[in-house]
Design a protein around this ligand. Structure first.
Ligand code: ZN
Length: 423
């Protein structure tokens, strides 16, 4: 008999994602390994039993003082995984929205004092405690939307000491929120004003001084680069990422977002963990990513916020055999905390099925940030789950603002709404 300290019952279904290879490609991305009338049991922060509720009593006993949680006819899914965020920043850029509406481009906005460098000024000026407090609130709201694990990039300090300072704040964020956080070093997010016109010298600083400390102190799991004209060239990006690989870090690329400039090809050549954005890439790049086994991380809300006619090529990538993950890109440029809204855009504009989209924010997203323990509901896995008040996983993406009623990580509630109930 299995002894549990939490059992969850009264579920219309559980979408466990517990079957198939990781990451899921092609037809495997449509198999949610659903269990109708499901129940799950948790002990010590891990799932210990997953099955049909009618079989629960035969196999599982609730320990004295344990909790029974009713799913109230909802659908249980793995805790959502957000594989691409810039959540660690100060200030906001709401002042840019009318400029974007008036048709100003990225460069015009930067000339008027907006863009990345506006956030760099605010973030450099912010105290560490204030950054942790503001970011913690954002992540708590993300958790209320179902996110239990997410990536957080540095990239708004753009100096040796400043980038290290941002990465060193991540453990405090994880403690404060109870969420799983994967830090990524994005010192090459933009060329800092002090190095204007001297991007090579800035890359030199990152390669010689900053990266070795990031690796030695294990401050990040990945190194990322903004590989676009006006930011970092393919050659500069390659130099940085090869140095990161040499130090044992994984690598990611902000690739081909504005124009086709070789970012996706670089990701394929280096065997990067992910190539992100890909709005300007097409079939030839998709085929190379598929062959190299690089996961495409799509950010449909960012595309939409820049122009409602821009869409992330989700269907095309799935059909090309590329593993697809979806992220919010949470940051001051496209401020989205809730993955379910991104899932809605991926189903509509991106033309994914609900099952493909759910795969993209669970098991494939976990793969994209090197967290194989997340994104799957199965015995032995971390008890990370969300219960949505819908009768089936097929409703996700269709109901744009479906919001979970329960969100747990490692067997404990991380949803602020629920925490309030218990206080
Ligand atoms: Zn990004």
């Amino acid at each position: 008999m299995i002894v549990a300290d939490l059992v969850v019952t009264d579920l219309a279904e559980a979408a466990t994602l517990a079957r198939g290879p990781v990451p899921r490609v092609g037809a495997a991305a449509t198999d949610l390994a659903r269990i109708p009338g499901a129940a799950v049991a948790v002990a010590g922060g891990r799932f210990v039993w997953v099955g049909r509720q009618r079989a629960l009593a035969r196999s599982v006993r609730l320990r004295r003082g344990g909790r029974r949680l009713s799913g109230q006819g909802g659908t249980l899914v793995p805790g959502l995984v957000d594989p691409h965020t810039h959540a660690l920043f100060a200030g906001d850029r709401a002042f840019e929205v009318p400029w974007i509406a008036a048709g100003l481009g990225y460069a015009d906005i930067a000339r008027r004092g907006g863009g990345i460098l506006a956030t760099v000024r605010a973030t450099r000026a912010a105290r560490g405690a204030a950054l942790v407090a503001a970011t913690g609130e954002r992540l708590r709201r993300a958790a209320a939307w179902g996110t239990t694990t997410l990536e957080v990039k540095s990239g708004y300090a753009l100096s040796h000491a400043g980038e290290l300072r941002l990465l060193r704040l991540v453990p405090a964020l994880a403690r404060r929120t109870g969420l799983g956080i994967v830090p990524t070093f994005l010192g090459a997010h933009a060329v800092p004003p002090e190095y204007a016109g001297r991007a090579d010298a800035y890359v030199d600083l990152l390669v010689r001084r900053t990266l070795p400390i990031v690796a030695r102190e294990r401050l990040a799991a990945f190194c990322d680069v903004f590989c676009e004209p006006g930011y970092f060239s393919v050659a500069q990006s390659e130099r940085l990422l090869r140095a990161a690989l040499g130090l044992g870090l994984g690598v990611k690329v902000h690739a081909d977002e504005f124009v086709l400039a070789g970012g996706a090809d670089l990701a394929a050549r280096l065997g990067a963990r992910s190539a992100d954005h890909l709005l300007a890439a097409s079939d030839a790049e998709f085929a190379r990513l598929a062959r190299a086994g690089v996961t495409a991380v799509l950010l449909p809300m960012t595309a939409y916020s820049a122009s409602p006619t821009r869409r992330a090529p989700a269907r095309e990538l799935v059909d090309a055999g590329v593993p697809v993950a979806l992220g919010t890109d949470l940051g001051p440029n496209a401020w989205t905390e809730g993955l379910p809204i991104v899932l809605g855009l991926a189903v509509h504009g991106g033309r994914l099925t609900a099952a493909e989209a759910l795969t993209a924010v669970t098991v494939n997203a976990a793969h994209a940030i090197g967290r194989p323990d997340a994104g799957i509901v199965a015995p032995g896995r971390s008890a990370d789950f969300a219960i949505f008040p819908v009768a089936s996983a097929d409703q996700l993406g269709y109901r744009f603002d479906a919001r979970p009623s329960v969100v747990y990580r490692q067997g404990k509630s991380v949803s602020s709404a629920e925490l309030r109930q218990y206080i």
